[in-house]
Design a binder for this molecule. Structure first.
Ligand code: HEM
Length: 128
């Protein structure tokens, strides 16, 4: 049998979509993150659903629709500090709470996202 991916174990499309929807509801309420995003989150929600599907081992939806991820490169036009990465991860942790994601699966998913968030940091904090 084929190896089960994190995407499969987590519950596939329904879980990724719910996670992303709760995540951006929180981002839209976060004072540090909100100013970086457009008022309408429709497009970013779609992109993130496609990206996280592929990131967690599901179908390569992002690559198919938008090309090579190059996520750090795609974030360079935004000044992202460690504080932004922490706020992003805080919203993600809240979204995981919202959908009842727990245990080892949550820990593994969060760890991978934390590594990627750290990789997106491209701007020192004030005074650093
Ligand atoms: C796009 C912020 C981390 C995945 C964006 C956008 C912003 C942003 C402002 C563009 C929204 C727009 O289209 O106007 C941040 C900040 C982060 C962060 C502040 C803090 C570290 C991450 C991480 C991931 C991610 C960890 C993935 C695990 C994406 C994706 C897009 C995106 C898939 C859409 C790219 C595209 O096709 O245009 N992000 N991001 N981001 N971000 Fe992040």
């Amino acid at each position: 049998a084929a190896t089960q991916t994190i995407y499969d174990i987590a519950g596939g499309e329904a879980t990724i979509h719910a996670l992303v929807d709760h995540f951006y509801t929180r981002v839209a309420e976060d004072p540090l993150l909100k100013p970086l995003f457009p008022d309408d989150f429709t497009e970013i929600r779609q992109k993130q659903k496609a990206f996280l599907t592929q990131f967690f081992g599901g179908p390569a939806l992002y690559a198919k629709q938008y090309g090579a991820p190059m996520m750090r490169y795609r974030h360079l036009r935004f000044p992202i500090t460690r504080a932004h990465a922490q706020a992003w991860l805080h919203c993600m942790s809240g979204a995981m709470d919202d959908i009842g994601l727990q245990g080892e699966l949550r820990r593994v998913m969060f760890e991978r996202l934390a590594m990627t968030a750290a990789h997106m940091v491209n701007t020192p904090e004030d005074g650093e």
